[in-house]
Design a protein around this ligand. Sequence first.
Ligand code: KIV
Length: 264
Amino acid sequence: MSTTTLHTLSTMKQQGQKFAVLTAYDACFAQLVSEAGIEVILVGDSLGMVLQGQDSTLPVTVAEMAYHTASVARGNKGSLIMSDLPFMSYGTPEQAMQSAAQLMQAGANMVKLEGGAWLAETVTLLAERGVPVCAHLGLTPQMVNQLGGYRVQGRDKASAQQMIKDACLLEEAGASVLLLECVPALLAKEITLAVDIPVIGIGAGPDTDAQVLVMHDMLGITPGRPPRFVKNFMAESGDIASAFSAYATAVKDGSFPAAEHCFE
Ligand code: KIV
């Protein structure tokens, strides 16, 4: 059972206390993440890339997300569990409700979905039926084919304005949390100030209410050159539990992300 709730996260935002989010996909790592004091475990569809070796998140299914969510729930010691609705599992509001039900019944405390204004109706329907929603804006990896690659979003004025509008609209629709991926630090700051709900950032600068990383990236075990926004916490820590604690501390004291991890 989670001891961290949506209320915890929103109180932390109001009090200016930052919280940490990290991905996990199985019971053993979920236990280590929660014991490190990381408030939220994200069962991300990034598992398609880091566990399955796919070159995008698109092949991941609801059944796979439910399997990993259930595994995480068994190991979790008090973090809030957020699970990704995978590609094409929320194309219509009805489909979203069925997919979300599977993740919630597997042990998720909330779901995350990628997209802007077009999701407002879905967010409202889910929230009204007891499914808290995190809306994911900026670089939305499920849209990689539309975006033409994994690129920083919101660099020009029009797309930045659109992102601010989408954030406010999704909050109004009932989203409980917002996640911003790969957006310029100043834009992320503006959005974080514009909404009352907690904002989690990845590659979004130091001024969001929380930070998230993919576990394999921060342990330095993802093959290839890591993205700019990643810090390898294993390099300084020596063991996995210490790396998780160092990450939690660095997020909470504001030392991560540093300037070299941000986009301007
Ligand atoms: O799937 C995932 O791990 C994510 C993070 C990159 C935010 O959505």
